[in-house]
Design a protein around this ligand. Structure first.
Ligand code: ASP
Ligand code: MG
Length: 439
């Protein structure tokens, strides 16, 4: 069985939903994971923000506007009065639930999580009813019954596997299982979510849990491109990526895929295919254990990076210095992206600067500390083992006119990263495309 995930834009209007329905109905059984209609989750965040501020009036105004939008979509989506009524009833129930929060004197994080979950509830209900109206055997699988995180807020793979199997075994005559991306319950059974953009993660976790033949992530671009199409012209989709190459690209800036979603698929060796709803025949990108030997595949950039350099005479010939430095970052739960070292200093880059000040204060015990904000990591991904003589030099020489603050290579055979000033980003991306892909 395959797992297909459609993002918010792919279900963003009545027309788009009909289009998705046409795409998925080919007679084979599958699980379809949906995001909320585009814009909805952000609107639900806005409603929650008003409720936190006890501004019930504004919250209700936003709820009313959103409800009108959904009722209009329903009117357009269904042909029969029967299904118009069924969908209207389901959606109205959800909106009256949303309104109930403005009557309560307190508003908590738990309430917000409940509110955020309603976007995926609505899109899946609407799709399920549409499939039923078309005479398709559709079943709505409640994600809250099987999608779970543990006490560390990590997906509970064993729970998910057991409970999705239980759900699926109840239905012997279903073509399409429709379920919610993004939402889950936490270890205490409370409604929670897998963070913004988490529907990709849902699809990957479900695919891993049922040992799917393939996980398909459908978006509105024809696969992962070899450079950022927002800044560089003539980018092209990459046909094939190794799990590790895709993970680096997703983490270091390629927006098409949520970075967390590679690992569950990789652990069970389930291929992930990135496809385009607007051009379903396009080949897209296949992510698996295979890669193209000796090929540089793609470039991505990650913004808002801060570099921290610690220079210390005490590091010279000393052991234990790195551990002390890393312990400081660990104690503030701040992940490090890049590291470079010399005998008298170490530079690291971070993107979470919430605890930057106390981190810097503690690092000062070890030497001179300098901080550079507004940096960008440029990540070049491909088959780049050290035996591929010349590839590394080619990448570095593409950036010959750009000041480089850090270079990292050798952490894996799939990646070279550069830290540069954010203002040089577009120039660097273009130079890399020219040298690596456009000849
Ligand atoms: N609807 C959620 C969001 O907007 C999850 C997702 O789309 O992946 O973040
Ligand atoms: Mg997404």
């Amino acid at each position: 069985m395959k797992v297909l995930k459609f993002g918010g834009t792919s279900v963003g209007s009545a027309q788009r939903m009909q289009h998705v329905a046409n795409l998925i109905c080919d007679g084979s059984q599958k699980i379809v994971v949906l995001s909320a209609m585009s814009g909805t989750t952000s609107t639900l965040v806005e409603i929650s923000d008003y409720l936190y501020k006890k501004n019930q009036g504004s919250a209700n105004e936003v709820v009313n506007t959103l409800e009108k939008k959904y009722l209009a979509v329903i009117n357009e989506l269904y042909k029969t009065t029967e299904y118009k009524q069924k969908a209207t009833e389901a959606i109205k129930q959800i909106f009256s639930y949303l309104r109930s929060f403005s009557k309560s004197p307190v508003f908590s994080l738990f309430d917000e999580k409940e509110i955020l979950a309603q976007g995926e509830m609505m899109s899946t209900n609407m799709m399920h009813f549409y499939l039923c109206e078309q005479g398709i055997k559709s079943t709505l699988l409640p994600a809250l019954e099987f999608m779970r995180t543990d006490k560390n807020n990590e997906p509970d793979a064993a729970f998910i596997k057991e409970h999705i199997a239980k759900q699926l075994s109840q239905y012997t005559d279903t073509e399409i299982f429709v379920t919610q991306g993004f939402i889950c319950r936490n270890a205490y059974g409370e409604v929670d979510n897998l963070q913004r953009g988490g529907s990709d993660y849902s699809a990957s976790l479900i695919g891993a849990a049922i040992l799917a033949d393939e996980i398909q992530i459908w978006t509105d671009i024809d696969g992962m491109h070899n450079n950022d199409p927002r800044f560089v012209e003539n980018t092209k989709p990459v046909a094939k990526l190794h799990f590790e190459e895709a993970a680096e690209l997703a983490y270091f800036g390629a927006k098409i895929l949520h970075p967390t979603c590679i690992l569950p698929a990789k652990l069970e060796n389930i291929p992930v295919r990135l496809l385009n709803t607007m051009d379903p025949k396009a080949a897209g990108t296949l992510i698996s254990t295979e890669n193209t030997k000796g090929k540089i595949e793609a470039v991505a950039a990650k913004d808002n990076i801060t570099a921290i350099k610690i220079k210390s005479g005490r590091m010279l010939l000393a052991h234990g210095f790195m551990r002390k430095v890393f312990e400081i970052f660990e104690s503030y739960q701040t992940p490090i992206d890049m590291i470079t070292t010399s005998e008298v200093g170490v530079s690291v880059s971070i993107d979470n600067t919430k605890n930057l000040d106390p981190i810097v204060d503690e690092l000062k015990k070890f030497g001179t500390v300098s901080v550079d904000k507004n940096m960008t990591i440029i990540c070049v991904v491909g088959d780049l083992p050290s035996s591929n003589i010349g590839f590394q030099a080619k990448v570095v020489s593409a950036l010959e006119n750009i000041p480089i603050r850090m270079i990292s290579y050798g952490g894996s055979d799939h990646n070279i990263s550069f830290l540069i000033d954010a203002q040089d980003k577009i120039k660097a991306l273009k130079a890399l495309s020219n040298k690596l892909f456009n000849n």
